[in-house]
Structures are given as C-alpha cells and as structure tokens.
Design a binder for this molecule. Structure first.
Ligand SMILES: [Zn+2]
Length: 286
C-alpha cells in the first residue's frame, strides 16, 4: 500500500478549496485520477491562475478572452502567453460531502456528520468508539488559509467540555496557540497525511488505526529556529569538504563519502554533514 497521497497537502495549497483544473492537475501530478471524485465544477470561470514559472512567489497570470472558446493567460512578468480553452479555466471545488463520506468510512466512524457553527470548513465527522466503549468525537478542520485552524479549534473547544480528536489535512497550520487549546482539553491532533493514504487503485486507506492514533499521537514537527536553507554552491562546497574529510576517516567514513559522491544526498545526511563540518571549522581544521 502506498502510504502518502498528495491530496492532503493539495487541499492546504489551494485557497478556498477551489481552483482551476490546471492547478489541481499540477498539485495532483500522476495521482490526478484519484483526486477527481472529490472535485466538482462550479458555474464559474477563473480570472487568473498561478504563473507556472513564478507562481510560488505569488505571481498570477490574468486570463483574457480572445474568442468564444479561446482564452489566454497573460503574465505580468513576461512569460510567453498561454492559450487556454474554457475547460481549462472552469473552477473546480472540493466536494466536501464526498470527502467526509470517504474519511468516515475509512476510519469506521459512527454517528452523523455536521458542520461546526461559526467556523469555515470545520465539521464534526462522527464518533470513534474506543475498545473501552468510550465514545470520542472526531472533527475535521479543512481550514483553508489564514487563521482558519485557530478559529476551528476555538469553536470546537467551545462545543462541550470533553476531549476529542481533531483531524486536519496536514500539521502545517498547527501553531503554539492551537496546541495550547488542544492540550488543555487533552484533545488529539492528527494530520490526515499521517493517517490516511491511498492504495494501488487510488482509493483512500487508513495507514494507522484510530486506536493507535489516540494511544500514540504524532508530535507535530516544529521548525527548528536558526536553520537556513543552503544554497547549491554551499551544498557542493560542503559535500567536497565532507568527502575529503571522510576519506581520511577509515572504513565507515569511506562508505559515506562514496554515497555522497555517487548518489546525491538526503536532507538528514546534509544536516549531519553540516554539523560535522561546523564542528571541524570551530576547531580550526578547515
Ligand atoms: Zn508567468
């Protein structure tokens, strides 16, 4: 079974849970057929879409109409104009009802689903009945952008005073304020990206059981302060340094150096390299 699906990060990447097919396709990649059942068209055409080159910096192409079924994407940064058809720019929104139905079935939840009053895209999914017979309410906060998760956490916590399980697509929006509210209520936060993956046919499948999640919740990974992303030049300088350093360190070191030269590096490996090189630099052995 394939564990991770692009569906969960995509839901947080798309503002308002709606985007053109072009954007959904770009986010889904080869998983697009698995996304389709959860999307439905709106009677609405997009007026812009993210620049394929500079979209991650917030640059968007403006869509202009050239003919009955002819549109073009015009880039403020001067990319070549893109020809588009009407089908390309129809807005597709997340079919929340379908998603809720699928998640409820995958997690074997009981009871009924309903929206949470006063929060945008937050839902009570149902109840998980524990082995002990204890009923635990399960909520979903899709929290499309901004402080959505914080609002959802506050509204859900205000509903009653028992504990609960809160699901969100990823842990990306979980901050200290949300964690404090959840901790006070002894509530469990679970990222769907850690809990529900897809099988070979693109169907949603639980990768852990609810019982496991409640007993052993994942701790959200906090960004470590003071860590900068290394530039490509710096990476290559450090790889050379590291390789050279490994080569004088005997058998184990040799192996690492081979790996470093031959097959590229993982982030963990780079972090280890960096730590060792920094130690070496502080000792004045560069
Ligand atoms: Zn562009």
């Amino acid at each position: 079974m394939k564990k991770h699906t692009r569906l969960w990060p995509a839901l947080e990447a798309v503002g308002g849970l709606a985007a053109t097919m072009l954007e959904w396709r770009a986010l889904a990649g080869p998983e697009y057929p698995a996304f389709q059942p959860y999307l439905r068209p709106r009677q609405e055409l997009a007026t812009s879409y993210p620049c394929p080159v500079r979209g991650r910096f917030g640059v968007r192409h403006t869509i202009v109409q050239d003919g009955p079924d002819e549109y073009a994407g015009v880039c403020p940064e001067g990319c070549p104009e893109q020809k588009l058809s009407k089908a390309d720019i129809v807005i597709y929104e997340l079919n929340v009802g379908m998603l809720i139905k699928a998640v409820r079935s995958v997690l074997k939840l009981q009871g009924t689903a309903a929206p949470v009053d006063g929060a945008i895209a937050a839902y009570r999914l149902g109840t998980h009945v524990r082995r002990t017979g204890y009923h635990m309410p399960v909520f979903l906060a899709l929290a499309p952008g901004g402080s959505g998760l914080r609002t959802a956490v506050d509204r859900i916590a205000a509903l009653d005073d028992g504990t609960f399980v809160l699901l969100a697509p990823t842990a990306g929006q979980l901050d200290g304020d949300c964690e404090a509210v959840l901790e006070k209520r002894r509530a469990r936060f679970v990222a769907l990206s850690d809990l529900v993956g897809v099988d070979g046919k693109g169907r949603l499948k639980a990768s852990r059981s609810m019982e496991q999640v409640i007993e052993h919740p994942h701790k959200a990974k906090k960004a470590r302060p003071g860590r900068k992303k290394l530039s490509d030049d710096e990476v290559s300088r450090r790889r050379k340094l590291w390789a050279g350093w490994c080569s004088v360190r005997g058998k184990g070191g040799q192996k690492k150096a081979e790996y470093c030269r031959g097959k590229g590096v993982t982030q963990t490996f780079l972090d280890n390299c960096r730590r060792l090189i920094e130690q070496r630099e502080t000792r004045g052995q560069t």
